[in-house]
Design a protein around this ligand. Sequence first.
Ligand code: ADP
Length: 754
Amino acid sequence: MQAINRAATSQADLSACESEPIATPSAIQPFGALLAVDDETGRILAASANAGEIIGRPTASLLNGRVESIFGPGSFQRLRGLVRPEAELSESYVESVHVNGIDTDFDLFAHRADGVLLIELEPAQLQSATEVEAFFGAVRRAVADLQNAPTVERVCDVAADAVARLSGYDRVMVYRFDANWNGEVLAERHADDMSPFLGLHYPASDIPRQARELYRRNLLRLIPDARYEPVPLLPPVNPLSNVPIDLSLSVLRSVSPVHLEYLENMGVRATLTASLLKHGQLWGLIACHHRTPFHPAFRVRVACELVARTASLQITALEDAGENAYRLRLRTLQPLLLDAVDRRGEFTEAISNDALLQIVEASGAAIKTEGEPILVGTTPRMRDVRAILAWLQERDGAEGDRPFATDCLPLDNPDFTAIKDSACGLLAVPLSTTRGGWLLWFRPEVIRNVSWGGEPTKPVLDDGKRISPRKSFEIWKEVVSLHSTPWESSQVDAAVELRRLVSDVMMRRAREYAHLNAQLARSNQELESFAYVASHDLKEPLRGIHHYAQFLVDDYAPQLDQHGKEMLASIAGLAQRMERQIQSLLDLARVGSDEEYERVTDANEALTEALQMLDGRLSGVDVRCDRLPRVQIAFARLREIFINLIGNAIKYNDKPQKWVEISTSASTKTPDDGERGLATFVVRDNGIGIREKHYESVFRMFKRLHARDAFGGGTGAGLAIARKIVEQQGGAMWVESIPGEGSAFYFSIPLGEE
Ligand code: ADP
């Protein structure tokens, strides 16, 4: 997995090592000799100053001599043939050789660099045939164990164990680099009297960038004695090109004095380091340390390298399988989420689904579509989520609809330092379907064990040029402490993919809703115009029936008997009643037609007029009025509501001393009334009251609780119309009552500006 590496504050840059010529030191370690040979002619161009001593003749006499003079006739062509064109160090071992004139056998390594054939000689450490056999048995077992290791941790442990047993170093550590090149010790074997480094971290600056590049190319590095005296090359540059020879792939290459100082500070005298690679990139290291000089034979080093290579393969396979499993899991999570979205209608309602968090391995998430963000899992408080959204929105201008991922939100914006426990890592994907819509995922700060792996036994003076391990550690600790685990690129991809899928669903839903809304609006309008036309057209014939019935009563009464007269009177009465009902229907249909509702009305004025219009019916009634606010409603509509409610208050009242009180109330029906700025009015009376089971039915059209003509009669339309008017304004109307004592009719209307 390639981690999103936004924490690009490369600690390695702090290191003075960055500029050191570590590939071209023009010197080697003294455990062997180096000859640089002209690849065309076989002439020796340069030699390490110790070559003469090792080979048994003066170094000066070697220069400009021929390779054959050391290794015998035909040896140059043979060596040339044996060196592979693009050889890595590990392939540079050529053969065990005998040097003319001396008894020692040598391991010979050869490779090409800058057109020069570099030949390195290391005195061979001989082993008996039985030793070799036992050794290879151990190697074989180690390789088999590595291949059977089921987890990356287990691979590391097996590797540490195998290398420790095969090599005999005091301490063997396997460590892995994170996205920012900090190392963590995953496995370790050490001598009983040493303290463990397992779980410790090494800042990236401990292994500078160019050293890492060398590790990638050169899989195995050996320092048998860190206190060695470097052996210069004579001459220090390639005489053909006048530049120092590139010793990157050399076995004997002299290492940086800073590195030696670092080892000294750690009490380490000898090291062997093998690289762990994944898809050609440095994944980690197997680092072997010894407290005294230690020089394992070439064969042992090869065995360690074999362990490292097998471990690399197994780690790669396991991590690739892990990534595949993640992608597979994604494929099952995505439909789960989408299915929930589809079934529940709204994305925001489906999010309790854990899949949302699992999809990117986050601990919390927020979804912002319309309205307030919805929070899932462990998140910052709503206020902070809103602040993050505002910040994202502001910086979004430059980013377009690209996702934003950070594992160090507090470093991107110090305002968010306080919420690092829930949102140190942020993955944000803008939603294209909703303006200002976002999907956010959070990860907490990972408080790592920030003990430095290489606590120096002696403090290092930081002279401003050289790397000081202690200082680099302090800086690293600070940076690491404000980080979450990084977002893997596959997780960012998954988030973007989810955005696409969700957007599709939301788009489809939006289209469906728009279609439904249009249909609804149309049928509403049709219904209203139908009611209007129907009731209007019905009124005419009804009025006719009423009139003719009346004429009959007036002109033909004497010809009718009592029963006939009563029936005629009933016809006239029923016709009149029907006319009134039709008028009510007409009124109801008109509510919501083309009137201007957004007008602001002073409720006191509407009330005053209503009282004037009710005047005749108010005699002897104690009317109490409070000061009322200005509200968003047409004047005539509010007046109509007052007439209706106050009229009822008097009408449904059997007390000798009637009273009605009009005031405002704190009582609300909707929880967010306060935010929406609604005023609640209340019309209270001391009338007959309403039983609780009728609280809703009184608002039904043509519903009366009493006999047709009781309490002065009525159509049962007044409250239905009043409630419809109020609802048109975004308010509500309801009743509370104590039967026998009185009722209180409440209604809310948006406040008008003062
Ligand atoms: P109407 O007054 O024409 O019958 P309304 O819709 O205004 O129609 O009222 C519906 C019913 O609710 C009334 O018939 C009455 O039974 C009951 N009601 C309305 N207001 C009150 C009140 N203030 N006190 C008691 N009952 C009432």
